[in-house]
Design a protein around this ligand. Structure first.
Ligand code: ADP
Length: 220
């Protein structure tokens, strides 16, 4: 099972990502966690990205994509499944993640969208702030992360819907209920016959991604 998750901050990507990973026995690759680990260890990369995290801005695409490529190569050696949490966050990352997936023969089977409104996720993040002290869980930075989600990340969802791999779940409910529905939906997706590999279709999908956002097509 190969899943990528798209959701606003506070919708439960971390919790549900762990659940999916345990259920299918696949690695949970969380870009935010990987970045925070670098910050905590004060690596060169950590020092370079800390400001972006503290301000609730995206770190440069190439940094995240290099991390994800490395993690996907490890996932391939471990059987090929994965749950990606935190990427893609913009159109360029969506395209690059798809290209890396094509190159490694492991594009996503499911794009999982966790749907929750701003008031609910803000409430959850402020509650978490009291316990975890994450530098980006302040009211001001939460508002910035949500604004970026609405402007730049959520428009990507329609591309996955058009490709027929979108699963959208109401994430306003308690985590256990949301988790049960996700696993039922993913089990149903896993039972579908695998699509026949079709390079022409893959390239056509990249083209529709470009068209959908009015950006230049990738060089062929
Ligand atoms: P949340 O979704 O709650 O904001 P994450 O742990 O997924 O939490 O991400 C935390 C921060 O890590 C983001 O605000 C951003 O600075 C950085 N980050 C994580 N993933 C990406 C990504 N794919 N591209 C750019 N920045 C990212």
């Amino acid at each position: 099972m190969r899943v990528l998750m798209i959701a606003p901050p506070g919708a439960g990507k971390g919790t549900q990502g762990e659940l999916i990973a345990a259920h299918f026995g696949i690695p949970h690759i969380a870009t935010g966690e990987l970045l925070r680990d670098h910050v905590a260890r004060r690596t060169g990369l950590g020092l370079a990205v800390q400001g972006y995290l503290d301000r609730g801005e995206f770190v440069p695409d190439q940094i995240v994509l290099d991390m994800v490529r490395e993690a996907l190569i490890a996932a391939k050696a471990g059987g090929g499944g994965y749950v990606l949490d935190g990427i893609p966050r913009n159109i360029e990352q969506a395209r690059a993640a798809y290209e890396i997936g094509l190159e490694l023969g492991m594009t996503a089977d499911v794009a999982l969208h966790l749907d929750a409104d701003d008031a609910e996720v803000t409430r959850r993040l402020l509650a978490r702030a009291a316990l975890e002290h994450r530098s980006d869980d302040t009211a001001e930075v939460i508002a910035q992360r949500l604004a970026l989600y609405h402007q730049v990340t959520s428009p990507i969802i329609c591309w996955y819907r058009d490709r027929g791999i979108l699963v959208s779940v109401d994430a306003m409910r308690p985590a256990q209920q949301v988790g049960r529905e996700i696993l039922a939906d993913l089990d149903a997706m896993a039972a579908r016959p695998a699509p026949v590999p079709a390079p022409e279709r893959d390239l056509a999908e990249l083209a529709t991604l470009a068209d959908a956002f009015g950006v230049a097509r990738p060089a062929s």
